[in-house]
Design a protein around this ligand. Structure first.
Ligand code: MSP
Length: 482
């Protein structure tokens, strides 16, 4: 039997509570996983990244030990994913025992393989990013994302001999064995690799950064949090027969770690690198970066309070193309909600179940001409989903919804009777099931309600059996833009 398709999200830092930036990646991963499950096995891993200086500092600010603080914030992430109906298979914490053990044995293998050496690291370190910053990345001497000048850093560290993997990583990417998507990101990574690849520091002096997993061969050092965090995918994937990972879904900010450092680490221990890394864009709120200082942070709870859980999930992915950067503002979200959900699938489901409600003996199964016009839409939808082009997949869904609306207006089933009426309603119900199937990964509860109103469990139900249709409650009440 083929192994399930293994999808991961980044594991999120526990320095602060989740916002809709974190929800964006996680909902996307969940949608993709639910879609994959329509045709086979798929597994989703998410979790929290809990070690390192960033968490140590945040905990101290709240007068908590790092572990106490991590427990609190990690629970907030779990709660948010519960709220958003994220169907993960494991929520991993880097303080989990199995992860600590795997991280140690992974690094020991790197060390035993001769891929680690000791040296002095000098550079500028941004704790917010947990990474060294090059001069080109700084603006006016400051990290542009955190608004602070990174600290001067000079420490005796262990290094991973990353530079030696340059050619192998380039050929993995060029051959397509390691896919980096979208294409523009792949070119960016290849361009950077062409300019060279340095070894990287993989440890911190424990006397300075105590909150971390000790190096197995020298406990005066803790592991560099990024190197340790990447291993989480392997901690879960390897013993569960899921390796190599099929898809790491990440924001564009952390693509380098996933597409260069991580595959090299895997090659160094003789493991298969992951198959694909997809980097999505970042969004801003009302044209500005989402930040506590600006006071424009939106939490998953706020979004769900306004639009419902399915509304929130839908809007995150329907607002702009997934690979690109975009902007959210409340007014545009309300417009989109009304257009696509209230006036779109919500209205369509009401119309059709009102027309067909209470009538006996209608069976599912569309006529040839409806089938012929739906086929290209199905193909376009599947192709878009395969490419993680959620935006295009939802546009196709809207096309099916409009076509179905037009079909109602043209055939006027309320003016028909007998076999003609039955055939028209069977077509409409079939088209509604098709639309519900398309949106099911995005809005699973809504799809469930539609199927329930037709008396079926899901779209896989046998054709030809009589439906039992009841009028559906409004799925997405219209919203005023205030
Ligand atoms: N802990 C690391 C990841 C380790 S993975 C082995 C980390 N954590 S994070 O909490 O900072 O999360 C970063 C991720 O959150 C981004 O890569 C992206 O997926 C998501 N986003 C955070 N803000 C976002 C936006 N404003 N827009 C879109 N995605 C955003 O980095």
């Amino acid at each position: 039997m083929a192994k399930p398709y293994f999808i991961t999200t980044p594991i999120y830092y526990v320095n602060d509570v989740p916002h809709i930036g974190h929800a964006y990646t996680t909902v996307a991963a969940d949608v993709f996983c639910r879609w994959k499950k329509q045709s086979g096995g798929a597994v989703l891993l998410t979790g929290t990244d809990e070690h390192g200086a960033k968490i140590q500092e945040a905990a101290a600010k709240h007068s908590k030990t790092p572990k106490e603080y991590a427990d609190i914030i990690s629970a907030e992430f779990k709660k948010a994913w519960g709220l958003l109906n994220i169907n993960y298979d494991r929520f991993i914490r880097t303080t989990d025992e199995d992860h600590e053990a795997t991280a140690k044995s992974f690094l020991q293998k790197l060390y035993d393989g001769g891929y680690v050496k000791k040296g002095i690291y000098r550079g500028k370190y941004c704790v917010g990013h947990e990474k060294f910053m090059s001069d080109e990345e700084l603006v006016g001497g400051k990290c542009p994302d955190h608004g602070k000048a990174p600290a001067d850093y000079e420490e005796e560290n262990y290094f991973f001999l990353l530079g030696g993997f340059r050619e192998r990583i380039i050929s993995l990417i060029e051959s397509g064995r390691l896919a980096i998507e979208p294409d523009a990101r792949r070119n960016e990574i290849l361009g950077k690799l062409e300019r060279g690849l340095d070894d990287i520091s993989i440890s911190r002096l424990r006397e300075k950064t105590s909150w971390g997993i000790p190096l197995p061969w020298d406990d005066a050092h803790t592991m560099y949090v990024w190197v340790e965090a990447l291993i989480n995918y392997y901690t879960y994937g390897k013993p569960n027969g899921l390796w190599p990972a099929d898809l790491h879904l990440v924001g564009k900010d952390i693509l380098w770690f996933h597409s260069v450092i991580w595959p090299a680490m895997l090659l160094a221990i003789g493991e298969e690198p992951s198959r694909k890394v997809f980097a999505h864009g970042f969004f801003s709120i009302g044209g500005r970066k989402m930040s506590k200082t600006l006071g424009n942070v939106i939490t998953p709870q706020q979004l769900a309070d306004k639009f419902g859980v399915d509304g929130a999930r839908y809007l995150l992915l329907a607002a702009f193309p997934f690979g690109a950067d975009g902007d959210f503002d409340w007014a545009r979200l309300v417009e989109k909600y009304n257009a696509d959900l209230a006036n779109g699938i919500g209205n369509l489901a009401s119309r059709i179940t009102t027309l067909a409600g209470g009538l006996d003996d209608i069976t599912l199964g569309v006529g040839d001409s409806v089938n012929a016009s739906a086929r290209p839409l199905k193909a376009a939808y599947e192709e878009a989903m395969e490419k993680l082009d959620f935006f295009a997949a939802l546009q196709t869904t809207q096309k099916l919804v409009s076509a179905t609306d037009s079909y109602i207006n043209e055939t006027k089933p309320w003016e028909l009777s007998g076999a003609g009426k039955k055939a028209a309603l069977a077509n409409l119900l079939g088209m509604l099931v098709g639309a519900a199937r398309f949106i099911q990964p995005f809005v699973p509860d809504t799809a469930k309600k539609i199927f329930a109103a037709l008396g079926i469990d899901d779209f896989t139900r046998d054709r030809g059996k009589p439906l039992s249709v009841s009028k559906i409650e409004p799925l997405f009440p219209r919203m005023e833009n205030s």
